[in-house]
Write a protein that binds this ligand. Structure first.
Ligand code: GLU
Length: 284
């Protein structure tokens, strides 16, 4: 825990030096484009083998799932490791690129990424635009605030408060629905949301509990308030129509569970953040 806290602190310091103000700006080059660009065709196991690499969009700032270790630039985390296992199955190298919340669907439609493995909730609205693998993790949306903040104990308490989150996330939509009077302050990344909580620009950060745990490591004067108030089933995103790739990805997940790799990578990456059993949620 200590090691991660130190690394996240370093990553935050680097982010502060390199990124401009993120508030309200669209996430990534495609985030703000008015007409979504959809490049023809889909990635298939064969097209990925021909290309010689599997390109996965993952988070670079979410400890446990997708995190760039500032000491060696390695991308660590459960999402990153699942990408590596799928690449291994295909006999190609894994290329990991940063996918923030708002550019996940554009990255698939523009075919910049073959897969998005980025704390990505499966929901009906997204299923109209892209395909998902079977779920591989279940998170829940929660609230992070300063320990000494006694006013925030549940989602309703966010009404009238400044609430930070990431643009293009289900976290954003859920706050809009469940606390309509909250003043949402949106960033490209959760790192920026955490910084805003720390320096008082927002009263709370709301997103998936597993993402907030990383922020607690970085800001020990914060804590989760209340219980999770949504169910976020994470799936691997693929461009709409990826029938062959989906079959392969679902098979790799099932094989990983069967031979113990799923539990091993779970323990290595997120074991310290969850008390859940390291097993695949049932396939729909
Ligand atoms: N799981 C949620 C989502 O897919 C929130 C976390 C995130 O933005 O990555 O939108």
């Amino acid at each position: 825990m200590k090691r991660i806290a130190t690394m996240l602190g370093l990553a935050l310091a680097l982010a502060a030096c390199t990124s401009g103000p993120g508030g309200g700006s669209p996430a990534g080059p495609a985030g703000g484009s008015p007409t979504p660009l959809i490049v023809e065709g889909v990635s298939t196991p064969q097209s990925i083998k021909d290309k010689g690499k599997l390109t996965c969009g993952v988070k670079f700032d979410v400890v446990g799932f997708g995190f760039r270790n500032p000491t060696n630039s390695q991308i660590e985390g459960f999402d990153a490791d699942i990408c590596r296992e799928i690449a291994k199955e295909l006999g190609v190298e894994a290329e990991l690129i940063e996918a923030v919340s708002a550019n996940r669907i554009p990255f698939l439609n523009e075919r910049r990424a073959d897969l998005i493995i980025s704390t990505f909730t499966i929901n009906d609205e997204r299923k109209t635009q892209i395909d998902f693998s079977r779920p591989y993790y279940i998170a829940g949306q929660s609230i992070l605030a300063k320990i000494d903040n006694t006013e925030i104990n549940s989602i309703e308490d966010l009404n009238g408060k400044n609430v930070c989150s990431a643009e293009g996330s289900t976290s954003e939509t859920n706050v809009r629905e469940k606390a309509p009077e909250a003043e949402l302050v949106l960033f490209k990344t959760y790192t920026e949301a955490g910084q805003a909580l720390n320096d008082g620009r927002c009263d709370a950060v709301s997103t998936d509990d597993v993402i907030l745990f990383g922020l607690i490591d970085a800001y020990p004067d914060t804590e989760l308030k209340g219980e999770p108030f949504t169910t976020e089933e994470y799936g691997i995103g693929m461009k709409k129509g990826s029938t062959e790739l989906k079959a392969l990805v679902d098979q790799v997940l099932a094989d990983m569970e069967e031979d113990g790799r799923f539990a091993q990578l779970w323990e290595k990456n997120i074991g310290e953040y969850t008390t859940k059993e390291p097993e695949l949620p049932p396939a729909p």
